[in-house]
Write a new protein. Structure first.
Length: 244
């Protein structure tokens, strides 16, 4: 255990370094980041906002329906898309605050574990939603894959190469500002399977960053189902609550 003197010296050194090389918190901006781009207060705030896993399928009207039960695809969200969470996701995806992935990974681990226990199958294949070519050119990485924990919870294994995006010269890096119908049309033709992919075996859990209308998950699910895959559920970092 670190002594009080060592802790005091460490804080003083950190404060001096922040004066020389500013390292503002990715959320509040006013405080110095202590770990993974977040200050101590904002780390506690994020922990509080991700304390409860949320069943989010009722928030998205574009999700595919089960042909037997008529119920939408189960979606498990780690948090609501609060202004704080929106700021963190934006900084992570579009402002190169890559270390935030270290903050998201334990959150996604708990959510994946919850989904596994709720669905009850012996094993699952985890398939992250791929980023578009425009997104990869802009960021250099897939945010969804980056936030996945390693190792995954028991009974899960990741297959990041199963789902691909179709090449589209006019593809956008985000859906912000798009209407529901535009999102559905875009997602319907967005995905394809990798040419060399593992055949269907265990059920699939899709993973995405933010659930808005469910159009992206629906497009991915339909592409996989057409090839014989069973889609058990989806897991997202955050879910938008539709305005009443």
């Amino acid at each position: 255990m670190t002594s009080p003197v060592a802790q005091h010296v460490g804080r003083a050194w950190g404060g001096m370094m922040n004066l020389l090389v500013p390292n503002p918190c990715a959320l509040c901006v006013w405080s110095d980041a202590e770990k993974y781009h977040l200050c101590r207060v904002c780390t506690a705030l994020l922990r509080d906002q991700t304390r409860q896993v949320i069943q989010a399928q009722d928030f998205a009207d574009a999700l595919p329906l089960d042909i037997v039960t008529g119920q939408p695809l189960p979606v498990f969200a780690a948090s609501l898309y609060t202004p704080e969470m929106a700021r963190l996701v934006l900084n992570f995806k579009d402002h190169q605050r890559i270390k935030l992935a270290q903050v998201f990974r334990p959150i996604m681990y708990r959510t994946l574990q919850y989904a596994t226990q709720d669905c009850g199958s012996p094993s699952y294949r985890v398939v992250p939603i791929p980023t578009s070519g425009a997104g990869m050119r802009k960021r250099g990485y897939n945010p969804v894959t980056m936030m996945l924990p390693s190792p995954l919870p028991d009974r899960l294994h990741c297959d990041p190469g199963l789902l691909k995006t179709r090449w589209n010269f006019f593809s956008r890096t985000a859906h912000h500002g798009s209407g529901v119908q535009a999102r559905r049309e875009s997602a319907r033709r967005k995905f394809r399977l990798a040419r060399r992919h593992q055949e269907p075996a265990e059920p699939i859990i899709l993973v995405d960053d933010v659930l808005t209308t469910g159009a992206t998950l629906a497009g991915a699910a339909r592409t996989l189902q057409a090839a014989g895959f069973d889609i058990a559920a989806a897991v997202v970092l955050s879910t938008v609550i539709p305005r009443s």
